[in-house]
Design a protein around this ligand. Structure first.
Ligand code: ZN
Length: 174
């Protein structure tokens, strides 16, 4: 188990399409463990492998509340089957777009087919926060970020601010 560095926007890696996993073996499970550690350490509720630079179709999530027991979920090769026409709106943030939040409309319910931590085929009927979170994470597998749903002006402003932060040199006190 290890905490990895989360890649932040702007970075071309985040725009890469992730590839399906052939087999859920030790290596993939190790990756999922690391992803979960990284996500918990960053106080996130979802993380896609590409956010730590691995272009594989793997997502980890835990939407349990702070006072509840951890309830990690693992999705390998997830596919959305049915999307509700009804939408719900959440104010979304992203570990790869630090400190920015925006309202995004997404289908309220969706069914997801995936392989779990042990490589078993599963289906999940997701609704509400779970549905939104899965769709946000699945966008990462296609190289899409939530800021892509915003107006061009707003998106440009966010990316500019994030770039500035990156350009800033390390602060030293001597
Ligand atoms: Zn994200």
């Amino acid at each position: 188990m290890a905490i990895k560095t989360i890649i932040t926007e702007p970075n071309k890696i985040l725009r890469q399409k992730s590839l399906p996993v052939n087999n859920v073996g030790k290596q993939e499970q190790q990756l999922m463990d690391d992803m979960l550690d990284t996500m918990y350490a960053a106080n996130g509720i979802g993380l896609a492998a590409i956010q730590i630079g691995v272009p594989k179709r793997i997502i980890v999530m835990d939407i349990s509340k702070k006072d509840e027991k951890n309830s990690p979920k693992y999705f390998v090769n997830p596919i959305i089957k049915n999307k509700n026409i009804e939408t719900s709106t959440y104010e979304e943030g992203c570990l790869s777009v630090p400190n920015f939040f925006a309202e995004v409309d997404r289908p309220k319910k969706c069914d997801v087919e995936y392989l779990d931590y042990d490589g078993k085929k599963k289906t999940l009927n997701a609704e509400g926060l779970l549905a939104t979170c899965i769709q946000h994470e699945m966008d990462h597998l296609e190289g899409i970020l939530f800021i892509d749903y915003l107006s061009k002006l707003k998106k440009t402003m966010i990316v500019k601010k994030l770039s500035k932060k990156k350009d800033r040199p390390d602060r030293i006190i001597v």
